[in-house]
Design a protein. Structure first.
Length: 330
């Protein structure tokens, strides 16, 4: 029996060895294949994209206001929520509107920046080269007035105003109309075309267009029937937006009791003062006259001289004539 058990055991071991030899070898453990997907690192917190910050600030301003506000006024609204440094970064990154707004800050010396017309021209030119209508219009203003190292060039100003006006930009339309009304920049004087362009700007709510269209109604130019009532309505719209031309023109209508208004020297003085505070030379002269003559305000010759001088230094000929009459320089 012992021999039998030994034989059975040998046979069992032999069978196990045969099965082990005939079985395929186990595959070695392998690591997971490399992924083709690039690993994404969590971005470190940093300053917000200046262009995004600028767009967010603009989103808070109504489309109408964006269309009709002057570049200086729009820049002021933007700076209420966007730091000047952020606006500079947006301009440096090539954002055209950022370039225009920063240029407007430099051209007016507002928003914490010193006035720098040369830098303003550089920025307006960059924006205009991208087809930005505000940039074209603002560069036109600099050419028209010979600012920022530019020679005075009304023809180039007209070219730029025309580009801006063709895009429906209200300030460009109004400035081109002004050139037609005066026959400047090589244009043939054309009041009808001026009225057409002023109306386009006024219908967008642009204060400069409203005030200037009011002037055309007040004098019956450009094929319009003289209508001082309509002129007053337009001046009032412009004045309500803080436009110094509209304030001055409405003040004159009150001072003379025209356009259906009751003569009111005190209201005229109030309006002249608002415009004069914006360095509007015609208003400074009109307010000086009121001080000199004691209309709507107590006579104050010293204040009259001061205001005449402010206007005269801006080239206002009425102020210069009155200072000469008073034996004063400017």
């Amino acid at each position: 029996m012992g021999g039998v058990f030994f034989a059975v055991g040998v046979v069992a071991v032999s069978v196990i060895l045969m099965v082990a030899r005939s079985s395929p070898p186990l595959a070695p453990a392998r690591s997971a294949p490399p992924s083709n997907r690039a690993s994404v690192a969590t971005p470190a917190a940093g300053p917000p994209d200046p262009a995004i910050a600028l767009r967010r600030a603009l989103d808070a301003i109504s489309p109408r206001d964006q269309a009709v506000l002057t570049s200086e006024a729009l820049a002021g609204r933007v700076l209420a929520t966007v730091a000047l440094a952020s606006l500079k970064r947006a301009a440096e990154a090539g954002d055209a509107l950022g370039q225009v707004l920063l240029g407007s800050i430099y051209s007016s010396g507002t928003g914490g920046a010193r006035r720098d017309d040369v830098e303003a021209v550089r920025l307006f030119r960059l924006a205009a080269a991208q087809g930005n209508a505000r940039g074209q219009n603002n560069l036109g203003i600099m050419h028209e007035n010979g600012r920022g190292g530019l020679g005075k060039d009304e023809a180039e100003a007209v070219r730029l105003y025309r580009l801006a006006a063709a895009q429906g930009q209200a300030a460009g339309q109004s400035n081109l109309a002004r050139m037609y009304a005066s026959g400047a920049g090589g244009l043939k004087q054309d009041d009808v075309e001026a009225v057409r362009l002023y109306r386009l700007a006024a219908e967008q709510g642009y204060a400069g267009g409203q005030s200037n269209l009011g002037n055309m109604y007040a004098s019956g130019r450009g094929g319009l029937a003289k209508d001082e009532g309509e002129a007053v309505r337009l001046y009032r719209l412009a004045a309500a937006q803080g436009n110094p031309g509209g304030q001055t023109n409405l003040g004159r209508m009150y001072a003379s009791g025209r356009g259906g208004l009751t003569k009111d020297d005190e209201e005229a003085v109030r309006l002249y003062r608002l415009a004069a505070a914006q360095s509007h030379a015609p208003a400074q002269t009109d307010l000086a006259i009121m001080y000199e003559t004691g209309r709507g305000v107590a006579v104050d010759r010293a204040e009259a001289v001061r205001l005449y001088q402010l206007a005269a230094r801006q080239g206002d000929r009425r102020a210069q004539t009155n200072l000469t009459r008073l034996g004063q320089s400017w």
